[in-house]
Design a protein around this ligand. Sequence first.
Ligand code: ADP
Ligand code: MG
Length: 729
Amino acid sequence: MAVFRFKALEEVLSRKPLEVIREHNLTSDYYGNKVFDRPKMKKYLSREAYRAVCDAIDNSSPIDRKMADQVAQGMKAWATENGATHYTHWFHPLTDGTAEKHDAFIIHGEDGGVVEAFSGKLLSQQEPDASSFPSGGIRQTFEARGYTAWDASSPAFIVDGTLCIPTVFISYTGEALDYKTPFLRALSAVDKAATEVCQYFDKTVTKVQATLGWEQEYFLIDEALYMARPDLVLTGRTLMGHASSKDQQLDDHYFSSIPTRVYRFMEDLENEAYKLGVPVKTRHNEVAPNQFEVAPLFEEANLANDHNQLLMDIMKKIARRHKFMVLFHEKPFAGVNGSGKHNNWSLVTDTGVNLYSPGKNPKTNLQFLTFVVNTLKAVYDNQDVIRASIISAGNAHRLGVNEAPPAILSVFLGSEVSKMLDLMEQAVVERKMTPDEKTALKLNIGRIPEIILDTTDRNRTSPLAFTGNRFEFRAVGSSANCAASMISLNAALAAQLKKFKTEVDALIEKNVKKDEAIFQVLKRLIIETRPIRFDGNGYSDEWIQEAHKRGLTNVTSVPEAIAAYTRKDVLKLFASVDVLNKNELESRADVEYEKYTMKVQIEARVLGDLAVNHIVPIAVQYQTSLMENVARLRDLFSAEEFDSLAEGRLDLIREVGGHISAIKQKVKDMVEARKKANVIDDHAAKAKAYEKNVYPFLDEIRYHIDKLELAVDNELWPLPKYRELLFVK
Ligand code: ADP
Ligand code: MG
């Protein structure tokens, strides 16, 4: 009997929603009370130290040791007053999630006692024993050291009695071992390049910041049902399970009222998020049953990403309080929508101008168009590395399967902006423009409405859509670290803006007027980037044909997509803006290949185990009961009667037998395929072997299991079914 499954179902039915007590009625009364933010720094630091930290935040200037000691004292005082007993350097290794190693604030005191202590040295730098984080070969074993170093631009915070200090994670030789290091470099590159381009339009701009507003999709599954599914526990997704007769066909989950137990979880989450200064704003049901979304107010991109990682972490913990498990896998259930993470991305100047927002006059609008067109070019020229930065074993299930953008990178601009680009393309002429021509063009540029309400993107099928005042990158997977794609987008844009500036300056040098030089270069870029502009249905087959004709790349193989990281043009791109060097890119690619291989390997093992130990024995048991029944029928009835009575059962016995044999054979073949792939040394070749020779067995074996699920007595089936995982609550 399927004891575990039925016990789990009973447990779910007995659940009561938890009461959640909010910290205070008004969010603003307790927002950020666990964050060492500016108001707290002001209170706990000397003026000197406070200024040093602000300078580090605003201008990335280094903090000297004496100052760091002062900051550490203030931080410790605040943290211990607020219940912290430990501290940790908190970083983003190239695995999923964040890493931390806690140390208590204690040192030996007088008379065998201890006292709380913390120093600038401990705040600024640490050497965790990090040899088992993936490094793709950057750290040789003889110097298997990685350092964490304080990122003063992201404030420290307290989680469960531990002071968490955001840090970068670099090797002994200074190379990036994490997401944050190249992210900070990319943000600084885009700051520099964008500021220089802004100077054409406004001399007072001295800094440009990238902003990020993520939308996080996730599933909530009852803890008891989750625990009864070893595939969910070990791989984050269901490796088998026949579709529920009803799932999302009626669209009755999307935006409908939130179930009470889930609602309490969300309240609890928001309460904790506000204490941690994470400005979550939006909550709603998503398309698939048991799928939800949370989104914050946007922030400076590095801080926003820290907040996303932090929130994902606390979501897991808070879900447990409510007897839920949260799933961040991109495709936990076949046949229903998977989860993505939309990255809304923009650039804002220190004068308060959003560079992706149309302005009030021809000049600010020309600046807006300059940034939009350069973004088009950056994406067009770097499609492959942008794809590499979002592809993964999990996300590959989502991309291009009629629920998420395809693996083709295209940009939606909407009719207003498209019209303007077409107009510019026509109005700018090769020869020197007459004053009338220029005036007419500027007048037209000035006509872009300040607020663009474009409804043509309703179907939301574009991977990168301009949505009025930002670009929304929708191809990112729900489990991803936002930094990965933000690094490639910002680095690509920084490199493109640099080229743009060089070209415009060269024309000015040749006595072309500044505005005309900008027009001319923009016109060329508009023509060159025509192929990447697409406002139609990105999920359609016609688009795949059309994109092919336009010469856009469409890479669906994970290892092939990862390979872009080490292509010559990509090495050149990242070197040109000092974001990642050759060694770092090669190691990143290696880490991605390995992650892919290991994920498929684990899935193959888990499926093989479940198929042979859980499913086949039950199928055999059921088949035996059928055979016993048939034998009894033969004893009791005449041959003629027997034939008509037993006919269906004999077919069923054959059918079940056929699936059992197929499963056994395929599991054996899959093991052989793994053995062959496992002896390959080269990371890329191994990942390819796993994709080509191991991965297909997952679907093939699943097919037979799912057929058995329909055939075998429901009372015997050992694993919670899709209809239970998605609907029993
Ligand atoms: P939708 O689902 O229609 O895309 P949401 O309200 O769910 O809209 O999400 C919009 C996201 O875009 C939010 O996270 C918001 O903070 C973010 N956003 C809005 N403006 C900007 C901007 N200028 N830069 C970055 N993110 C932004
Ligand atoms: Mg969105």
